[in-house]
Structures are given as structure tokens and as C-alpha cells.
Design a protein around this ligand. Sequence first.
Ligand code: SF4
Length: 291
Amino acid sequence: MRRPVIHATVTVASYGDLGVSSDGTVYAQATRVLVRDLRVCDSAQAPVVSTGSEGGDCSLSVLRNWELSIDVDRVLRAQGADPEVVRARQSAALGIAEQAISLGLGLLEPVVSSATFVVAEFRHQQLSLVGGGHLAGPLVAEHFRAAKSVVVALCTIGPALEAAVAGCFAEDPAMSVALDAVGSAAVDLLATAVCQQVDEQAEADGLRTTIPLSPGLVGWPLANGQRQLFALLDAGSVGVRLTESSLMMPQKSTSLAIGIGPDVEHAGEACDYCSMAATCRYRQDHIAHGA
Ligand code: SF4
């Protein structure tokens, strides 16, 4: 039987009785802890599940070691190309995309910071969360008004692939563009996998989920939405930061929120609220807004 290895960073929020152990050490029994980063790994480094909790109101997670299966068609669509046309023309883009996938897979460092919050109340287009945060905006109000809890997540593939994209641009711009597309496909697959996990857990609990919403969609302005989500997540634990213009660094990152409850509606899809929907060739590939 494999023995799990657990790493945790905790802050004691409150404690009970003080005591003295047999070796003279003074101890206190923690009655409430905030788990910042708890990782449970098996000895074979199989898929890592990380989870934590804060007093029952919020659960925090850092999830690593995702397996992302990226195919050539996705990479071509992420470059704005039509795979059928590329094949019909026997374009060199096909081989470049295949090479980019081989190179890019070794550069991916997919990781997700995620947290679940209980909803305190919904008023004036604002969802107030137990613990003090909030999500607000017309799009949030439209989809999350009936939510009893929300999952917020920050997905990134890390900085290595972006560095390679920049590094090869001068010598091999076609490879640089294809590699960038591998990154876009990867972060989108990662966000999709997160959404599927949330949906499956909700279904197992007999609950429903909304569509995933990301800052920047019509009705949830980028700066407001990013500020709201980053206030709820430990972005530093996954190496993501916001620029002054509310862009995420590394750029191949996605932030999102999903409402959960018995009466929420899974209405439409995120692309319905995207200003690029009319021309986006990548739309068929994802359910969450990608980088
Ligand atoms: S239409 Fe959909 S896939 Fe395309 S950019 Fe918008 S959200 Fe992303």
C-alpha cells in the first residue's frame, strides 16, 4: 500500500487550552486552522491532489501534475488556422505544429490554485462570500444569483514555455508562433479539466453548476473581475501575478469562477459573452475562457 506524503502550510486562526507536555514543551490545541497549501502526493508521484480548509467556510487547493493531451488540430486552431485547409494544402504548418507539441510538452508546468467559498448573500448584483470576499458585476449577477457556493480557480502553465517562445522568435518565428499556440491550447485544456472536476463533484453532491465565468467577458470587466478573484486566491502559490493593466503573468494563465447550488442554471457557454466570439476559430475547443 502506498503511503501518502503530506506537505502543509498552516496558520492557526484560534486555539483552545494551553498545556505542558512531558518534556516541558508548552503546547496549544488548535481549534481552527487556515490551510494555505496542502499537498497530498503518493509515492509514485501520480496525479497530485491538494486540498485544505478554513473553518468550514472556504476550502483552498493547489493542484499539480496535470496530464494535458494536446493535439495538432488544437494547436493549429489556436494559431487561427483551419486544420482541414492546412492538411489539404499540405502546409508546412502541420509539421511545425507537431514539432512544437514535442518541444512544448516538456516546458509545461501546469498548476491550479483553487478555492471554494460559501455564499453569504446576493444583493445589488453582488455575491458576498463568507470570509469577506465578493464577486460583482452584471454577468456575475445573471449567472450566480442562485449559487450557494462558488469555486474560483487560477490556472497556469508556468513561465518556461513563454520564455522559449520569446527565445526562438528571432531565429524561427514560425516555431515561436506554434509554440505559443501550444501554450494557449495547454492552459485552455487545464481550465477545461478544472471545470470538469468541479462539475463532476457537484453532480456527485446532487448539485448543479453554472458555466465558468472569467474576467474580461462582456458584463464582467477585466480589472474588476481580476481584482475580485485575486483577492480570493493565493496567486503567489502558483507563481501568477497581475500587472497594473490586470493582465496575468505568466500570460498563459486563466482565472475563472463557477457557481454551485441546487437551483443554478447552466445557461449557454462562456463564448456567448466574449467580444471575439463572431470570429474566433478556437471556440469549439473550450468551455472556459483561455489565454
Ligand atoms: S470566443 Fe470563446 S474561445 Fe474564443 S476567445 Fe472568446 S471565450 Fe475564448
